[in-house]
Design a protein. Sequence first.
Length: 475
Amino acid sequence: MGNPKAFLTIHRQEAGYRPVHERIDDFSEVEQTLNSSDRRTQASRCMDCGVPFCHWACPLGNKQPEWQDLLYKGKWREAFHVLEQTCDFPEFTGRICPALCEKSCVLKLSCDEPVTIRENEAAIVEAAFREGYIRPVQPVRNDKRVAVIGSGPAGLAAANQLNRRGYEVTVFEKYELPGGLLRFGIPNFKLGKNIIDRRIRLMEQEGIVFKVNTMVGSEVSAKEIASTFDAVCVAIGSEVPRDLPIEGRNLKGVHFALELLSQQNRILEGIAIPPKDIINCKGKKVLVIGGGDTGSDCVGTANRHGAASVTQIEIMPQPPVGHNPATPWPLYPQVLKTSSSHEEGCIRRWNLASVRFIGDKNTLKGVEVEEVEWLPAKEGSRPEMRKTGRTEVIEADLVFLAMGFIHPEQEGLVKELSLAVDTRGNIAVDPATNQIAGTNIFASGDAVSGASLVVRAMASGRKAAAAIDQYLRDK
Ligand SMILES: Cc1cc2nc3c(=O)[nH]c(=O)nc-3n(C[C@H](O)[C@H](O)[C@H](O)COP(=O)(O)OP(=O)(O)OC[C@H]3O[C@@H](n4cnc5c(N)ncnc54)[C@H](O)[C@@H]3O)c2cc1C
Ligand code: SF4
């Protein structure tokens, strides 16, 4: 803790977003960066608490106080070496992590101005790339081979960890390019895809083989992979979206959120989309059903297309603004979140259930919604929803369903390997090792936990890699 009084005298300073009028016409990253001097000043605010709650809150167990202190002292290289011990890809988490650590920072509790931990993390890793501290390493090989199925953050973290331990790693990915939802889910305005390309290039230089356009469980046999590799890590994500099976669901104009988001990312990659399949929101009234982050990403995308209007509705009540007594510090606060996409223009409404899609000649015209009320949860139960009978029609030419994901695809690989699933449909593993009992197969990420966060997927991939290493050593 280089400057013991900084937290008393220096305020939190975020780099902020590019101005709306400048960013709304492009898909480049919206977040800006501070200069190195301001960044070090921000790092000086860390109090190096006796109990670092930031460290407790981070699923990767990042050692934030250590690297804040090194950053404050201008020891960028040393700060990076501490950061890389626990985090494989700080360039991803530094951009798109919801910063669970900052919500648990003691300065969040005392003055609502936590240390800018996430932005500092991004600055450290970007300096490391810029200054050339990140170079391909060539591990000593141990003649064992591991297959990773799925190249999202869980699969990438597992592959990176195993490669560094000397295993020959092959990553199988069904899509055209590696990255999972980082690549074909999260919009470019949150995470530029050059950032993923840079990391994949490095991983390839370090010896990891990526086999894209390879769907395991149909094009390639999963059983064959399990028998020819010493171990397998299944990291196939949680891809089945929650549907809204109400009247009119089949009307032209009703889409899952990822149909829009993944298509947009493909277009930006230069991947050709058949003209008949292109979803464009220009001049359209857009309704997003689902008030979460995926919905917010649809809002930002629709506005960049030039939508006539964008409305986002949510069945649950509006969360409290600022502070929620139900989730006291150091817990992650369940409060109203206003994203960069919301700032760009969007009507947000809560307590609305969707009753039916209304169409004319098979084309969507609107959605009938009904206002609902929520009765407070009784001890041990969930809040109870009550319909009010008050209905209205929201006009819409396009609807995007952003109501979450339910579980991994149950056909294909899961069926071929006869993998057991839990009551929610996620792959069932030994919670201590992520191993599937009695096999050389391990699983990680959203496929095990259900849809979650990049930082949790990376932590899960690291855990599976450590368990695979132990398993193969014991063998
Ligand atoms: C629109 C959207 C925005 C999000 N934004 C954020 C955010 O800002 N911050 C955040 O922390 N989290 C965010 N998330 C959540 C985050 O992206 C996921 O939790 C995370 O990507 C899960 O990682 P994963 O590796 O488990 O799975 P995924 O990223 O889903 O990767 C799984 C990979 O496996 C591949 N695959 C599946 N089946 C097969 C098969 N049979 N053979 C070969 N390959 C296969 C898939 O093609 C995919 O590439 C967002 C999610 C969505 C949908
Ligand atoms: S990964 Fe997320 S929770 Fe962990 S230190 Fe970085 S921003 Fe904080």
